[in-house]
Design a protein around this ligand. Structure first.
Ligand SMILES: [Zn+2]
Length: 293
């Protein structure tokens, strides 16, 4: 795609701001998960990180070269055509809040679609990581990122989100993705307070559980509001009882960059271990909305 000068100007500005901000967030999160780990690791970092970084590299380059220019271009088209919010005369703070809520709801709903059979072919590459830490937040198949362009770009443009808001949200989206995938043990009282608004490491850890009911929970990216509204909020599972991954993909020997890049072409496997057993968990004590250690 050839970018118009305006698209490339906006993206150069994005690069100048987003790169240092996201680098600082990544370092802070990494220090947090090294100093105060949340869940016990099942595999050493040295085995997983090369794989996760190997998958992340093409996805990040693809995101910068396709997803971001396409989304910015679509939002600029929407501004010229005066779609959606462009037709309303809203005060600036109301307009900005509406745009940010739309962007985060689009992220939530896209994540739910990723768990439907066709898109799960791509998204399972992210979920079959056998531990979860900062590097899991970068481990996405490039096909998943390409598939998101029509939905994330299209809905955002139709609603009339401005390109500047879109790029500002993208920085928040990436920072929150790094944070909630991290293995950083925050004090439980602090994390309970944060979950009134934001997705946190314990909350998202439950989404990466091998128990199907738990994977079908906590789809939010930045705000927890959408999971509460859609009744997909489930946080009363102790972190030390979680097994991270997908039960049909327990073999670390399959966790190679070349296998994971080919995985979308392989048939879907049932939600069960290779021996046919299905991971389950007895109902947890306490309300489903009460975050536990
Ligand atoms: Zn997911």
């Amino acid at each position: 795609m050839s970018a118009s000068p305006r698209v490339s100007t906006l993206l150069r500005r994005f690069d100048r701001w987003a790169t240092p901000v996201l680098a600082v967030v990544a370092v802070a999160v990494f220090v947090g998960e090294v100093v105060r780990p949340l869940r016990r690791r099942t595999r050493p970092r040295g085995k997983r990180w090369p794989v996760n970084v190997g998958l992340a590299a093409p996805s990040l380059v693809g995101m910068r070269l396709t997803l971001l220019p396409a989304m910015v271009g679509l939002t600029q088209l929407a501004a010229r055509q005066r779609w959606g919010l462009h037709r309303l005369r809203l005060p600036e703070p109301v307009r900005l809040l509406a745009e940010l809520l739309v962007l985060d709801y689009v992220a939530y709903s896209w994540h739910r679609l990723l768990h439907a059979p066709f898109l799960w072919r791509f998204h399972r590459v992210h979920h079959i990581d056998l531990d979860m830490d900062l590097s899991t937040g970068w481990r996405f198949h490039a096909g998943e990122m390409l598939a998101s362009i029509p939905y994330r770009g299209g809905v955002t443009a139709l609603v009339g989100v401005r390109p500047g808001t879109l790029l500002a949200y993208e920085v928040v989206f990436e920072a929150c993705t790094a944070f909630h995938h991290s293995n950083w043990r925050l004090p439980i009282t602090l994390e309970r307070r944060l979950t009134h608004f934001f997705v946190t490491p314990r909350v998202h850890g439950i989404h990466h559980s091998v128990v199907h009911r738990e994977t079908q929970s906590n789809f939010g990216v930045v705000l927890t509001l959408w999971d509460r509204l859609h009744r997909t909020w489930r946080v009363n599972v102790p972190q030390q009882e979680l097994t991270i991954g997908v039960p049909a993909h327990p073999d670390p020997a399959e966790d190679t960059v070349s296998h994971l890049l080919r995985l979308p072409l392989e048939p879907l496997r049932p939600w069960a271990r290779p021996n046919g057993s299905v991971p389950e968990r007895a109902p947890q004590p306490g309300p489903i909305s009460r975050l536990v250690e």
